[in-house]
Design a protein around this ligand. Structure first.
Ligand SMILES: NC(=O)c1ccc[n+]([C@@H]2O[C@H](COP(=O)([O-])OP(=O)(O)OC[C@H]3O[C@@H](n4cnc5c(N)ncnc54)[C@H](OP(=O)(O)O)[C@@H]3O)[C@@H](O)[C@H]2O)c1
Length: 374
């Protein structure tokens, strides 16, 4: 990959949409740490904000491609307001489905490649429940050592890996069944991208993203824990299970997928990626508080109480807020993308944070956050 004088042989031009998103900021941060070089190539990134590029506008998309002539496009734009999407379906579909379709069409015309991000909310959680039931009837528990792999349903249960981490969650074979407009529009978007670009696209479903920038559950919890009146408990849902994901780890993964050719047989297409392991929002909140206290991001512990989704939705409705339905189980299994990336010679594939337990990823994020705050 190097010219005889040792200079990188090629420059890769990348167009990023939604420059102000959590993900775009993490992509820029992680690439800057690598001095804009991956596997001997220089990466030149053009990050366009929503105001600079509306991905739902055909002419704007065509103009951006004509101007920057990207080799790769990473779509970070999304209509992410899950509850609001229920009453703003047109806009949710314009951003989450039409936008990716327009980007994919332009990539097809120009030969560019597209990384598009989808969501665990394309799932309902129901097949997972059925599979769990089957497992329990067979006497195999989630903490068991048997890699039972209910691949037909897409659920791989248990399976302690060599590193001792529990791998579980829904694989790419699981059948999507979105419960919300947001989930439906995200599913339509990923399907459009894969239909138009097939192996020229990389679609990554991820989940429960958080990082130092933007709005996310971790920052919301820290704010509420710091401001809630004394003695009043924080009430958090305990019957939705998912995989918290540090956005910087996702950013690392994306750069690795772009920088290194995938193992034979992997091709491109659909991948799941999330922090390893799974928890409920309630367990996530408990861990955020535990770690934030240890890092002195919080002065004192506040009581955190668990609530089920139905009761939480009923309380929200009393206050005039109608909540969208969310999957009861949407933890993602990252096994396929991990298998595709491991074993390559690329130095950039050795990012240990990618395959670490979600608690470890949370710790690194909170340390970064603490360094910003102090
Ligand atoms: N956040 C999560 O927990 C989560 C979970 C699973 C999957 N994902 C997916 O991961 C990806 C990155 O999410 P994120 O959390 O980084 O997003 P984010 O921080 O919520 O940012 C979304 C960005 O999209 C922009 N945007 C909205 N409509 C647009 C349009 N028509 N054209 C261009 N930009 C537009 C927004 O700009 P404005 O603010 O100006 O509207 C905002 O900058 C998304 O595809 C998301 O669906 C996220």
């Amino acid at each position: 990959m190097h010219a005889p004088n040792g200079e990188p042989k090629s420059t890769v031009t990348v167009l990023l949409t939604a420059a102000d998103s959590q993900l775009a900021k993490a992509l820029l941060r992680t690439l800057a740490k690598a001095a804009y070089r991956l596997d001997g190539r220089v990466f030149r990134v053009h990050a366009l904000s929503h105001a600079q590029l509306d991905i739902g506008d055909k002419q704007s998309v065509a103009a951006a491609f004509a101007h920057f002539n990207p080799e790769w496009v990473i779509n970070c734009a999304a209509y992410n307001a899950v509850d609001r999407a229920e009453t703003a379906a047109d806009e949710a579909y314009r951003v989450n489905s039409l936008g990716p379709e327009l980007l994919a069409s332009e990539c097809a015309l120009t030969g560019a490649r597209l990384v598009h991000i989808s969501s665990d909310y394309v799932f309902s959680g129901e097949p997972a429940k059925a599979s769990e039931l089957a497992l329990n009837q067979n006497g195999i528990t989630r903490s068991g050592l048997i890699e039972s792999g209910l691949t037909e349903s897409g659920l791989i249960e248990s399976g302690l890996t060599e590193s001792g981490l529990i791998e579980g969650g829904l694989t790419e074979n699981a059948t999507p069944a979105p419960l919300s407009v947001y989930g439906q529009s995200k599913l339509a978007g990923e399907q459009a991208v894969l239909r138009i670009l097939a192996e020229r696209a990389i679609v990554i479903r991820t989940a429960w993203l958080y990082g130092v920038d933007g709005h996310n559950f971790v920052k919301t919890m820290l704010r509420l824990m710091a401001t809630i009146p004394d003695g009043q408990p924080l009430t958090v849902i305990n019957d939705q299970i998912g995989s918290p994901t540090w956005v910087d780890a996702l950013a690392h993964l994306i750069w690795q997928l772009i920088a290194s050719p995938l193992n034979v047989g992997c091709g491109s297409g659909l991948f799941h990626y999330a922090g390893q392991g799974q928890c409920s929002w309630y367990e996530f909140a408990l861990e955020i508080q535990r770690q934030a206290l240890a890092l002195k991001l919080l002065d004192k512990a506040v009581p955190i109480s668990a609530i089920d989704s139905l009761s939480y939705a009923a309380k929200a409705l009393e206050k005039g807020n109608k909540l969208a339905a969310r999957p009861s189980y949407s933890a993602l299994n990252s096994g396929r993308v991990r298998q595709c990336l491991t074993g390559q010679n690329s130095t950039s594939t050795h990012s240990p944070e990618l395959w670490r337990d979600w608690r470890w990823q949370l710790k690194v994020m909170l340390e970064d956050y603490a360094a910003q705050v102090y």
